[in-house]
Design a protein around this ligand. Structure first.
Ligand SMILES: [Zn+2]
Length: 322
């Protein structure tokens, strides 16, 4: 059996420096090889799956014989209708994977010498593509769960007499959200966002396979999982880890997420919280493979991810609203 492209020596040795030295022709060929890796880089029609194509070499375009659809190497992917050289997109992916704690859009705009807005959307497209790789995945076996509250910070008033008790719901701003994590020991991580930990219970039931053992802290809302799984709880007011139970893996994920927030993005609450959580989840799950492999996994996710509803034409839409 022929070796899979992503495992070949040629693929493994790709790196930021190599990508930077690529000509646009080489970058296009690399993207093509990654996108259609299953077919040794041979393209097929994204509309109908037809494999008989006319190639317009000078315009870097293919036309499907069956349905007449014309497409380029990025058509139908998250980088469709691209305006910059393909090499810049590959560079963005290489830079993205190299930042173990993430990479800010501002930095990326300096790296690529492009506008902040361009870098912002580009980074979010990569984030969406890598995040989608385990969107519907389930975890099983020994699974640790936990929640991390974030956002909704209410600044205390300057004068003491004006300050309010921020523990009361009426004095909060409703922007607080919680990232729920479920982590296999020595395995996969999944995340999603809800308003409260309590509200995360149905999602956990969906995403944790039956027959798993679930480890959590002693918060009472996790009790609802007891009917479905073998559950073990650790009382954090007494000990963080006991011979019976701990949630150290879940905590370690949140520590990574917090470091990304403090060190890189400064604020990851709000509408993009789930996207940042999914990115850090991807980084956690792929941390043991080489940079070159991470680059390929990410590039492959990007090349296989359909056009983004959220990020395609993002700034054009926001201009319309203004
Ligand atoms: Zn076709």
């Amino acid at each position: 059996m022929a070796q899979h492209f992503l495992l070949s020596t040629a693929a493994r040795t790709l790196s930021l420096a190599k990508v930077a030295r690529m000509s646009e022709e080489e970058a296009r060929a690399a993207f093509q090889a990654i996108r259609w890796a299953d077919r040794n880089g041979q393209p097929f029609c994204p509309e109908c799956g037809g494999v008989v194509l006319y190639a317009y070499k000078s315009r870097h375009l293919w036309k499907c014989k069956a349905c007449q659809h014309q497409f380029t190497v990025t058509s139908g992917t998250i980088f469709a209708s691209h305006k910059r050289p393909i090499r810049d997109y590959l560079l963005a992916i290489a830079i993205f994977v190299n930042g173990a704690k993430g990479h800010s859009a501002l930095q990326l705009s300096r790296d690529l010498d492009c506008q902040y807005k361009t870098a912002f959307v580009l980074a979010h497209k990569i984030r969406e593509a890598v995040g989608a790789t385990d969107k519907d995945a389930k975890v099983s076996g020994e699974v640790e769960i936990d929640g991390m509250y974030t956002g909704g910070y209410v600044k205390p008033a300057n004068r003491r007499e004006n300050r309010r008790d921020r523990r009361h719901v009426r004095n909060q701003n409703g922007k607080r959200q919680v990232v729920i994590v479920a982590r296999e020991r020595q395995g996969k991580t999944i995340t999603f966002v809800t308003k409260t930990e309590d509200a995360g219970v149905p999602g956990l039931k969906e995403r944790i396979a039956l027959g798993s053992t679930v480890y959590s802290d002693e918060a009472h809302h996790w009790n609802a999982l007891g009917a479905r799984y073998l559950t073990k709880q650790v009382n954090h007011s007494e000990a963080y880890s006991t011979p019976e139970a701990n949630t150290n893996q879940a905590e370690s994920f949140f520590s990574r997420l917090r470091r990304a927030e403090i060190g890189i993005h400064h604020k990851i609450a709000g509408p993009y919280l789930a996207a940042y959580a999914a990115e850090m989840d991807w980084r956690e799950d792929n941390r043991r493979i080489s940079n070159g492999e991470q680059y390929l996994v990410a590039a492959s996710a990007v090349a296989k991810h359909a056009v983004s509803d959220r990020w395609c034409g993002y700034w054009q839409r926001s201009m319309d609203i203004e």
